[in-house]
Design a protein. Structure first.
Length: 244
């Protein structure tokens, strides 16, 4: 059984390396031309995108936010190899400080969310109901940022499974400083109060960030399930020494 587990692990790593990130994720559209100095990876999971960011932006400091204890442990093991460049925080980000219950899909941890799913949203995906709820700490990004220097250009990545609106509301000051933001957009209506893409565009334009294209998309059960949208503020893409 242990040998089978190793084989499965190798297969997962191979698929992630070759299929998780299509060409646009590998070249990040025009972001390769931006001398990013600070990255906020919100919903960092096990560090999959943080690893890509570290390779693409070796000059940048990466702050990873992942509240789930298992995914966070994997993230921290990797980050420990780069203590000067990668920093991890075992918290979620939202509109206010406190504790919030995370829906924990043990068999499909990438679907974990602080939002409550609509009934039967996943019936066509043959997925189980969340196995349990985990009460975890939530903080406002703007409050966290006041205690940290964030030299620009600043890149923000948000992958929070339908919890984008509270994250954006709690991080408005930071987003107004960002040169770029990557947000995972849910296409299926999974949550009663999730933002639709047109609403995300409106919110981001309020921060001076404008839609610039998609980096990747995910297909599930034969239809578009999600995509990663890139937003840019061209006037903030030049190097600066400004901090939050």
């Amino acid at each position: 059984m242990r040998g089978l587990g190793k084989i499965k692990g190798r297969i997962r790593r191979f698929l992630r390396r070759h299929f998780d990130y299509p060409p646009c994720w590998r070249n990040l559209l025009c972001l390769n031309d931006v001398a990013v100095r600070t990255i906020l990876d919100i919903g960092a999971f096990d560090g999959d995108t943080a690893k890509l960011f570290r390779r693409r932006f070796p000059q940048a400091v990466i702050h990873c936010f992942e509240p789930h204890p298992i995914a966070g442990a994997s993230l921290r093991r990797w980050a420990a190899r780069y203590p000067e460049q990668v920093h991890c925080y075992e918290i979620g980000l939202g509109a206010q400080d406190g504790l919030l219950v995370l829906q924990d899909f043990e068999g499909s941890p990438r679907f974990n969310s602080f939002q409550t799913s609509l009934p039967d949203w996943h019936s066509h995906l043959a997925m189980p109901q969340p196995a349990k709820g985990l009460e975890l700490p939530i903080h406002r990004l703007d409050d966290w940022a006041r205690d940290h220097e964030l030299p620009g250009p600043l890149l923000v990545k948000i992958d929070t499974e339908g919890f984008e609106e509270p994250v954006l509301r709690g991080g408005a000051e930071v987003l107004r400083q960002a040169a770029a933001c990557i947000i995972e957009i849910q296409v299926d209506r999974r949550f009663a109060n999730q933002l639709e893409f047109r609403e995300v565009i409106t919110v981001m334009e309020g921060f001076g960030l404008h839609y610039a294209g998609n980096l990747a998309h995910g297909i599930m059960a034969g239809r578009l399930h999600h995509f990663d949208a890139l937003f840019l503020a061209p006037d903030r893409c030049h190097p600066s020494t400004a901090s939050s």
